[in-house]
Design a protein around this ligand. Structure first.
Ligand code: PLP
Length: 392
């Protein structure tokens, strides 16, 4: 294990000495076809990639930096965060297997399990969103092949004791996967907590500028490495050199953006908690919030994505809140430099186990703007929300 911090290693991987005169950043090689000089070496990987699908310099540098960040023997990149979830699920399950996860799984991951995997003969049990480690472990049965976790989970931000789950699963030969997009490979290190496959949407904090879609998959387990590599090859997934280059560029400044956004996230969440219209702020770094104790125990940093449950309200009042803002963009992503907001109450209907929320559910992503300005923007949202509720 290197004595250098993540922040230093992410930069030092670009500036390593002893490699001759070169640009700081790898070249972008747009290539489907690679040429060889001799027929004898055409199939020889030692001379570099034999075909564009193998990935060029930027992809290889990104994969190495990601593996280093995750503490993994190998990291893979795929064309979206969703693909980073679906590839290991396909690679590591067979018809007749069962997957265990919770209701608070990222919606499209849920859809893949409920639709595609079910048609393949792989069943999924969606446990209640607030299932703790003990209940999750108790649900593992003879057919359970893997457990897929998100902690904090999507939209309602429940946390789970990951180490307790991975320890129990390993003892029973069950694989564990964690969608660690919120932890971004920084705030939480899944492999160090016993997770077999660490997944993140690099689309979010890693690339960080809302201009790339990409997923990262990291693992140490030799059987998982082989199966994931084969599945990526079989499916023909490829990441463009331009996107790999942009994501690598984002990765260099990830620790600074992540830490700054966490600072602002906490300021905004503390302010939200004081608002009379707010029933609960769902943000594990916030003392008193859901999952705070586990976050404090296991995390060394935080993302700036949170849920806000309003007291009562109507769909129209929730929409009025969003419409009144000017700094928070209305858009379905997070982890970029800009603040974003979405209205999520309707998503609760897709869960197997109904969750009674006090009122409208809003998701906020706090960007790199000044939090004072963001709070002033949110004040306008609350004024519009209150006005919509008092309309005749
Ligand atoms: C938790 C989580 N995982 C995965 C993804 C998928 O990432 P992408 O949009 O790159 O497919 C998202 C996207 O919002 C997400 O929130």
């Amino acid at each position: 294990m290197s004595p250098l911090s993540d922040r230093t290693r992410l930069i030092a991987s670009a500036t390593r000495r002893g490699q001759g005169r070169r640009p700081v950043n790898p070249p972008v090689e747009r290539a489907s076809t690679m040429l060889s000089d001799r027929a004898e070496t055409m199939r020889d990987d030692a001379e570099g990639p034999t075909y564009g699908l193998d990935g060029g310099s930027a992809a290889r540098a990104l994969r190495a930096a990601l593996a280093d960040l995750e503490g993994a023997a190998e990291a893979f990149i795929v064309p979206s965060g969703l693909a980073a979830v679906t590839v290991p699920l396909l690679a590591l399950t067979r018809p007749g297997d069962e997957v265990i996860t919770t209701d608070a799984l990222y919606g499209p991951s849920r859809r893949f399990l409920a639709r595609y995997q079910a048609a393949r003969g792989v069943a999924t049990r969606f446990l209640p969103a607030d299932t703790d480690a003990e209940s999750l472990i108790a649900a593992v049965g003879d057919r359970t092949r893997l457990v897929l976790m998100e902690s904090p989970a999507s939209l309602t931000f429940e946390m789970i004791d990951v180490a307790a789950v991975t320890q129990a699963c390993r003892a029973r030969g069950v694989l564990t996967l964690l969608d660690n997009t919120w932890g971004a490979g920084l705030g939480f290190k899944p492999l160090a907590h016993g997770v077999d496959v660490s997944i993140q949407a690099l689309t979010k904090y890693a690339s960080g500028h809302s201009d790339v879609l990409m997923g990262g998959i990291a693992t140490n387990a030799p059987a998982c490495r082989r199966a994931i590599a084969d599945t990526i090859e079989d499916l023909g997934w490829h990441v463009s050199p331009d996107d790999a280059w942009l994501t690598l560029r984002g990765l260099r400044t990830l620790p600074l953006r992540y830490a700054e956004q966490a600072r602002s996230g906490l300021i905004v969440s503390e302010w939200l908690q004081t608002r009379p219209e707010v029933a609960r702020v769902l943000y594990p770094p916030l003392p008193g919030s859901v999952g705070h104790d586990l976050w404090k125990r296991d995390f060394t940093g935080a993302a700036s994505l949170m849920g806000v449950v309003l007291k009562d309200g109507t769909e129209a009042a929730g929409q009025a809140f969003l419409d009144a803002l000017s700094l928070f963009g209305m858009g379905y992503s997070w982890g970029g430099f800009e603040s974003l907001i979405t209205h999520e109450t309707h998503q609760m209907a897709y869960r197997d186990h109904p969750q009674a929320l006090e009122g409208e559910l809003i998701r906020l992503h706090v960007g790199l703007e000044d939090p004072v300005d963001l709070i002033a923007d949110l004040e306008k949202g609350f004024a519009a929300f209150n006005a919509a509720l008092t309309l005749p």
